[in-house]
Design a protein around this ligand. Structure first.
Ligand SMILES: [Zn+2]
Ligand SMILES: [Zn+2]
Length: 308
């Protein structure tokens, strides 16, 4: 795990941009797929209990999504304006959240009450059940702004899970044609959030193409390979894997801005899922941090600053 292996990405001819499918919106069973993958990854994993807990949380998210009430969405005029300006239509930081997001949180908490959690988890669930609207909304504001400093690591996954459900609900209520390309290639064209990881697709028309997977709404958007998603530099890009791994997950680092983003190569393992496989490969993050690189992709279920 300590040895750093550098692999040069083979130069690749990309399909002309206009012919590439630009956006994949999250499917209706997004959280069920994530739960299944987390359950699989939890078996025999050093963080098995943690991944199994997240599998139950993802199940609760799917249940909340299935029962989610219909909520207001931007009208066609707003849609056209955002497409024209290249701004995210459901921008996480400025979109006026409907109170339904808190109803979704309640559904998740109620379901997680039925699950055997460690004492700290039960305290977090009870605390959030009793929290007033202002505290919940302040916590949500911090999460969508990427400001985790004052958020309890125990409460973070539950509140973030509810926000993900609300955004996936809105996103999947609109069609792909609703959204235009974003001015900034490294942020989600749907909600303006940063990607958790990149995914290199395998098979079909998207063979070998890289899509970035949104940390909030789970949309995937196209970005050319061998390019930093933060500063868009194409120089000084390196690839790192954990010693002994099959190379299905690599960290793509950038010398210009000193950041890195993980990439999942579906050709090596088609079952991989962005959120789940990111959390199952935190060893690669430790390696990158030891090398002085800063992680650019948030995983909203994991507190970046504090140990679990
Ligand atoms: Zn998004
Ligand atoms: Zn960079």
């Amino acid at each position: 795990m300590n040895a750093e292996v550098r692999i040069l990405e083979p130069g690749q001819l990309e399909t002309p941009l206009g012919e590439i499918r630009f956006l994949f919106l999250p499917p209706g069973n997004t959280f069920a797929c994530r739960a299944e993958r987390l359950r699989f990854l939890s078996k025999g994993h050093p963080l098995g209990d943690y991944l199994a807990f997240l599998a139950q949380l993802a199940n609760a998210q799917q249940d909340a999504l299935n029962r989610f009430p219909s909520t207001p969405l931007p009208d066609t005029k707003e849609q056209a304006l955002c497409r024209k300006q290249g701004t995210p239509l459901l921008a996480a930081r400025s979109w006026p959240r409907n109170p339904a997001w808190r109803a979704g949180l309640k559904m998740i908490l109620q379901q997680m009450r039925e699950v055997a959690l460690p004492p700290a988890g039960n305290v977090a669930v009870d605390g959030l059940m009793q929290a007033n609207e202002t505290r919940l909304d302040e916590t949500a504001d911090r999460i969508v702004a990427g400001d985790f400093a004052d958020i309890s690591p125990q409460e973070l996954p539950f509140v973030a899970a509810a926000l993900q459900v609300y955004w996936v609900h809105m996103t999947s209520s609109l069609g792909e044609e609703t959204f235009g390309r974003s001015e900034q290639g490294g942020i989600c064209p749907v909600c303006g959030s940063f990607p958790t990881v990149g995914i290199v697709k395998s098979g079909g028309a998207e063979q070998g193409l890289r899509y970035l997977s949104c940390s909030l709404c789970s949309s995937q958007w196209h970005m050319v390979r061998v390019k930093c998603s933060i500063c868009e530099s194409t120089r000084g890009i390196d690839y790192h894997i954990l010693e002994g791994s099959n190379g299905a997950v690599k960290a793509e680092s950038c010398d210009d801005c000193n950041s890195y983003l993980k990439l999942l190569y579906l050709g090596k393992d088609p079952q991989m899922e962005a959120t789940a496989d990111d959390l199952a490969t935190l060893g690669l993050d430790m390696l990158m941090n030891e090398a002085g690189k800063i992680r650019s992709g948030p995983n909203l279920l994991f507190h970046p600053g504090r140990p679990h």
